[in-house]
Design a protein around this ligand. Structure first.
Ligand code: ADP
Ligand code: MG
Length: 716
């Protein structure tokens, strides 16, 4: 499974150009220590930076595929990538020369890596030992393993592949012909709709369909009856739910005694906290903030011990105001700047909530708390954070794609209390009935806007189908785009909203932000200059827009003899984790990453964020900048802006202004030029008498920041 990164040109259209090799720079090798362990210091270790050449995305077609180098198709590269522009899948005519129709197995994407093996080693081994040829198409959530060759070879290969992924990650529907799977499938009449299976003849499906064969009969669906039955079904579904408790808050006397003026003054002084009751009709009492840990958790001695152990002095503003709301059992949207302790804000009330449930832990039959996050790295980080706070012996588990699925299943079976998960993998375990979600009473969507904006919604919706509707739900982020605000209504019930500072986009004010207007071709020398001037204690996270650029730039830095790591979605999960580990423990001080790393990651000693490519949307700018200056520390962000980024200029200016940063004159001019250009285009389009729906410029921005308006951009 991959991340969401996509590659857009200035008009937000997928681009297909190969990464340019950089012009040589004047940068001299600072020392000759070229390779050290698995950290790349030189050219020889080219695979350290993710996909080797032949595995790169084939941009000319939807989906992505891996084809081993053996057998037919010589001269064609073996592309492997995760271009997510299109979930469509491809079939290849040149395989038709094989004697038996190909067999297709559908496996979840996470298992694809196991079949391919490092550098394609496993797939070659499979081919050699079976005599079959194997091709893999990677889709959005699942991969297709197509096996060519004699039926004996196919059978043998199929069995070996089953063994490789043999833990229930796929199901078979043998003997079904392409086109018989119904549901308006993609390409050659594939089955569609969340099920997985085996096609015995996928390659021929399209041809058969064209010949008029096997066109599936449309089943008419009686939507009215379905709608009528929905309420009854819901009632039945949740009929036998065990009792649940949500209110655990006893307001401390020192908190109750605060006057309205004192509360308002305190909120203002603490980064301008604002609390809103989003319940329609009569509004509820908004609890006063807890200014100390004691005020929030006095009755919970074990929590207080934990806090003493980590040595925190006082709650952050979001914690002060979110804790009384959450402990009172209300749903909450918590919006606060990056690095201000939102994780702890939801973890501690979650512990208390779980412990206070009337059903004894042993009888719940599953976990009590679920935290959903958009990236694997963030899920792992939250789990680490969670483990820091021991409470009642609660066990947590991280369920994420690319991780050891079998191991995760075993841990779940062994009994866990807290699940921290990425939606894809959790959905996979849920669909295979390997995890019970009905026991969950406390749900968190961390970086909620990212998950909803980037296309996780269908998976989250499926997950929620199994979680009791009367649960307590918390959503957090540092940004809250308007499109997501609307969506959040389907997840929360009468929530309160706490936000710190402003709901307008604002970067954390402990980061000094510098914006440089440059030409595209100058970018490399800027980044090299920056690195040349780094001090020994500096640590920089360099953000790029594309996976290929991440590979390219990190290779270039590597060639200069620099210790560097890269992090993006085309890298194997173990390499991703290693890259982050190397960066965290300062084995490398330069990490080149895509926006995979923009959310949530808490590497406390990052001193600089370098935006080599401007992010796709302005929210990501705020999150990227927030990777430094965490928990009150200071940091610096350098952002390169080129002419191609002109549409972002007017959105960047207010963020700089809000944080009291210098706004370069050139940026203002750029914004003005873009606004002029936009209005001229609008006039031109309206002059043509058409222009409905945005004037056909193919831009996503449309001048608004509505989250969902941008549409899903993820490719998983
Ligand atoms: P966010 O989710 O808001 O971006 P995190 O939850 O990742 O921020 O927290 C950032 C850092 O602040 C973490 O290292 C965390 O341990 C630390 N932290 C959390 N709460 C406090 C506190 N009350 N005082 C000091 N540091 C804190
Ligand atoms: Mg966070």
């Amino acid at each position: 499974m991959s991340d969401w990164e996509e590659e857009y040109n200035e008009d937000s259209v997928d681009i297909q150009k190969p990464a340019k090799k950089s012009a040589p720079t004047e940068w001299k090798l600072p020392h000759d220590d070229r390779r050290r362990g698995n950290v790349c210091f030189g050219v020889r270790n080219e695979n350290r930076f993710g996909a080797p050449r032949e595995w790169r995305a084939d941009r000319s077609a939807g989906g992505s595929e891996y084809r081993s180098r053996r057998g037919g198709g010589e001269g064609r590269p073996c592309p492997w990538g995760t271009d997510r522009g299109d979930a469509g899948r491809r079939t290849y005519g040149d395989e038709k020369s094989d004697c038996s129709p190909p067999v297709t197995i559908t496996v979840e994407n996470a298992s694809v890596g196991r079949i391919i093996g490092r550098g394609g080693a496993k797939i070659r081994e499979l081919e050699e030992s079976t005599g079959a040829r194997i091709k893999i198409n990677k889709g959005d959530y699942e991969g297709e393993v197509v096996i060519f060759g004699s039926s004996a070879a196919q059978q043998k290969a199929k069995e070996m592949i089953e063994d490789l992924v043999a833990d229930g990650s796929y199901r078979f529907r043998n003997g079904m012909k392409g086109g018989q799977h119904g549901g308006g499938g993609v390409g050659g009449g594939y089955r569609n709709g969340g099920d997985v299976g085996v096609r015995s003849d996928s390659v021929w499906g399209a041809a058969e369909l064209q010949a008029g064969n096997a066109v599936p009969a449309r089943i008419s669906i009686d939507w009215n009856t379905i709608r009528e039955n929905k309420d009854k079904y819901e009632e039945l579904k949740w009929k036998d739910l065990p009792p649940m408790k949500k209110k655990f808050y006893t307001e401390a006397e020192s908190v109750s005694m605060l006057t309205a003026e004192e509360v308002s003054e305190w909120r203002k002084e603490n980064n301008n906290i604002f609390v809103d009751d989003l319940k329609e009709g009569e509004k509820r009492h908004i609890p006063n903030p807890c200014r100390t840990f004691m005020e929030a958790f006095e009755p919970y001695a074990e929590i207080m011990e934990n806090i003493e152990q980590v040595g925190f002095v006082k709650p952050t503003p979001i914690q002060s105001q979110a804790w009384p709301v959450m402990l009172s059992g209300e749903d909450l949207i918590a919006i606060a700047q990056t690095g201000t302790g939102k994780t702890l804000a939801y973890l501690l009330p979650g512990f208390i909530h779980m412990d206070g449930q009337p059903v004894p832990r042993a009888e719940r039959g599953g976990p009590g708390m679920l935290v959903l996050t958009p990236t694997r790295e963030l899920a792992l980080q939250i789990e680490t954070e969670c483990k820091k706070y021991r409470y009642k012996g609660y066990k947590s588990i991280c369920i994420y794609g690319g991780g050891d699925r079998r191991g995760q299943i075993n841990l779940v079976k062994g009994g866990v209390d807290i699940v921290i998960a990425t939606p894809g993998r959790l959905n996979d375990l849920q669909m295979n009935e390997l995890i019970n979600l009905r026991s969950i009473t406390y749900l968190v969507l961390d970086e909620a806007d990212r998950m909803l904006d980037m296309g996780f919604e269908p998976q989250i919706m499926k997950i929620l189908l199994d979680i009791r509707p009367d649960r307590q739900t918390v959503m957090t982020s540092a940004t809250w785009p308007t499109g997501v605000r609307r969506l959040s209504k389907s997840y929360l019930k009468n929530p309160m909203m706490v936000y710190v500072g402003t709901l307008d986009l604002a970067a954390v004010n402990t980061v000094q932000q510098t914006v440089l207007i440059v030409h595209e071709e100058e970018k490399k020398s800027y980044v090299f200059d920056f690195i040349r001037n780094m001090q020994p204690q500096d640590k920089v996270l360099i953000f790029v827009g594309k996976k290929l650029v991440a590979d390219d730039l990190s290779s270039d830095l590597c060639l200069q003899g620099l210790a560097v790591q890269s992090l993006h979605g085309d890298r194997e999960q173990c390499d991703r984790e290693e890259a982050l580990k190397d960066f965290k423990n300062s084995r490398v001080r330069i990490l080149v990453a895509t926006d995979l790393a923009s959310r949530g990651l808490d590497v406390h000693d990052i001193t600089h964020v370098f935006n080599y490519d401007f992010p796709r949307n302005i929210e990501e700018y705020v999150h990227r900048v927030g990777r430094t200056g965490r928990a009150g520390r200071t940091g610096a962000a350098v952002t390169l802006v080129t002419r191609e980024n002109w549409r972002m200029a007017s959105e960047l200016i207010p963020i700089l202004e809000r944080a009291g940063q210098e706004v370069p004159e050139e940026l203002v001019l750029m914004a003005e030029r873009y606004e002029k250009h936009k209005s001229e285009k609008e006039m031109y389009n309206s002059g043509r008498g058409g222009g409905g729906g945005g004037g056909g410029w193919g831009r996503r921005d449309g001048g608004g920041r509505g989250g969902s308006a941008r549409g899903p951009k993820c490719g998983f």
